[in-house]
Design a binder for this molecule. Structure first.
Ligand code: NDP
Length: 448
């Protein structure tokens, strides 16, 4: 085992050397490969076949110029990315993120996480991620459209329903997918619905896809709570962010009898002791695209904390749904001190390694995003199934399928953690389950 530990450290050192200046990617790799020691011990073929080394190197990385013109006629140049990480178990699949913080290291960390998450869903989808350092905030509809069209002018040549199927992520929702799909159709002269997911309902989208990541998170958390004879009923919850994942997380928490008292955006935190009013949040964020501080115009009793830290508010259950590394060791300690019993991630890698250690040392329930937020991509795969059969399913049917998938993901993470001697450790359960399917497939396919 000590030899294996040394080997894992060598692999990690090599990843850092070959991918300089990409701390988020290093963090994501470290978090996964550190948990694989016992699997490598049981399966020496993974070491002989250099599966980890291969998995850490994306199959293909595409970086391109995205020029576009704003409403005043000024030219802007952004950078576009698509990292096609691994296609062993299916076509590349993963969202696109438009945010000024995007650079290659962010896309690589997201693509790496995606590979394990997609494997966990049990569906035939490989891992990828894309995006741009374009900032959509404050841009008009026409500017967003011109940007999306220019982004697609390059990206289209790498996509296809059997090749690579993008979707949304931060800054990319139904509107952006519509503009990208429209441009793809023009460029290729193909009505290939299976090439994007998260589409509008009039051109091949799936009911329940918008809600899927948040709903799936709560289905998973419900299962996790049940392992300790707990439930959402009467629990106070915090949900960071107020975007797609956060909104439908809040909606499902409320349906399960919990009370969300706070949510946020990158400017500040809303604390509403009476419980967050979702109608207001949806109007502000989905319709009017405004800031969360404006919530107080409708609910003057609620408190707005500019630049506040949401995790300082006492809660039973914390649901980070905004962005990576938003919950550090200090915030984790504060949550524990305030009596938090469970943390489940809707965002990708929102908890820092120090934060995860605090949760694990305290013995509270902790669900890593690659397992608990997999409902989004799972429902994207259901959208692909509907497109392939030129069918469309109703909301309840699709939601039920999502529910079953999340239960299965929970069960497989829980059982794998047990099998490998770490009961209740969902990090180990998720990493090992996700890894093994990809590793076995790569071996079956020869040196790929
Ligand atoms: P949205 O763009 O809809 O919402 C993102 C939310 O997070 C906004 O409230 C945004 O605030 C906030 N946020 C973004 N960046 C920061 C930051 N640097 N600091 C503080 N707050 C920030 O994105 P999604 O809801 O789709 O995605 C949220 C998270 O969930 C991401 O980590 C994403 O990768 C993950 N995810 C999304 C899936 C999906 O189906 N959409 C699937 C699985 C995971 P502001 O408006 O101020 O920027």
């Amino acid at each position: 085992m000590s030899n294996l530990k040394g080997r894992i450290q060598e692999i990690y050192d090599q990843v850092v050397r070959r991918n300089p200046g990409e701390p988020e990617f290093h963090q994501a790799v470290k978090e996964v490969i550190e948990t694989l020691g016992t699997v490598l011990e049981k399966h020496p073929e993974y070491v002989e076949q250099k599966i980890i080394e291969r998995i850490c190197e994306p199959e293909r990385q595409i970086i391109f110029r995205v020029p576009w013109i704003d409403d005043k006629g000024e030219i802007h140049i952004n950078r576009g990315f698509r990292v096609q990480f691994n296609s062993a178990i299916g076509p590349y699949k993963g969202g696109c993120r438009f945010h000024p913080s995007v650079y290659l290291g962010i896309i690589k960390f997201l693509g790496f996480e995606q590979l394990f998450k997609n494997s966990l869903t049990g569906l035939p989808i490989g891992g990828a991620k894309g995006g741009s350092d374009f900032d959509p905030k404050g841009r008009s509809n026409n500017e967003i459209m011109r940007f999306c069209q220019s982004f697609m002018n390059e990206l289209y040549r790498y996509l296809g329903e059997h090749t690579d199927v993008p979707a949304g992520d931060i800054g990319v929702g139904g509107r952006e997918i519509g503009y990208m799909f429209g441009q793809y159709k023009r460029l290729t002269n193909r009505y290939e619905t299976g090439v994007f997911t998260g589409k509008g309902l009039t051109y091949g989208g799936s009911l329940a896809r918008t809600e899927a990541t948040g709903y799936g998170l709560i289905f998973f958390t419900h299962e996790m709570l049940a392992t300790r004879k707990q439930s959402f009923d009467g629990k106070t919850c915090l949900v960071s962010g107020s975007g797609n994942v956060a909104i439908y997380t809040m909606e499902k928490v409320q349906k399960f009898g919990g009370k969300v008292v706070a949510c946020s955006d990158s400017n500040g935190v809303i604390y509403d002791k009476k419980g967050i009013d979702l109608v207001t949040v949806k109007r502000l964020k989905e319709v009017e695209r405004r800031r969360i501080r404006d919530y107080c115009e409708v609910h003057p009793d609620a408190e707005y904390r500019e630049k506040g830290v949401i995790w300082e508010i006492p809660c039973d259950i914390a649901l980070p749904c905004a962005t990576q590394n938003e919950l550090n060791g200090e915030s984790a300690a504060k949550l524990i001190k305030n009596g938090c019993i469970a943390v489940a991630e809707g965002a990708n890698m929102p908890t820092t390694p120090e934060g995860i250690k605090v949760f694990q040392d305290a013995g509270i329930m902790y669900a890593p995003g690659k397992a608990s937020n997999a409902g989004g991509v799972a429902t994207s795969a259901l959208e692909m199934q509907q497109n392939a059969s030129r069918d469309s399913w109703d909301f309840d049917f699709t939601e039920k399928k999502l529910h079953i998938i999340m239960k299965k993901i929970h069960a497989s993470c829980f059982e794998t953690a047990d099998t490998y001697g770490c009961p209740g450790n969902y990090v180990i359960g998720a990493n090992i389950t996700g890894f093994r399917k990809v590793a076995d497939t790569m071996i079956a396919m020869g040196l790929i």
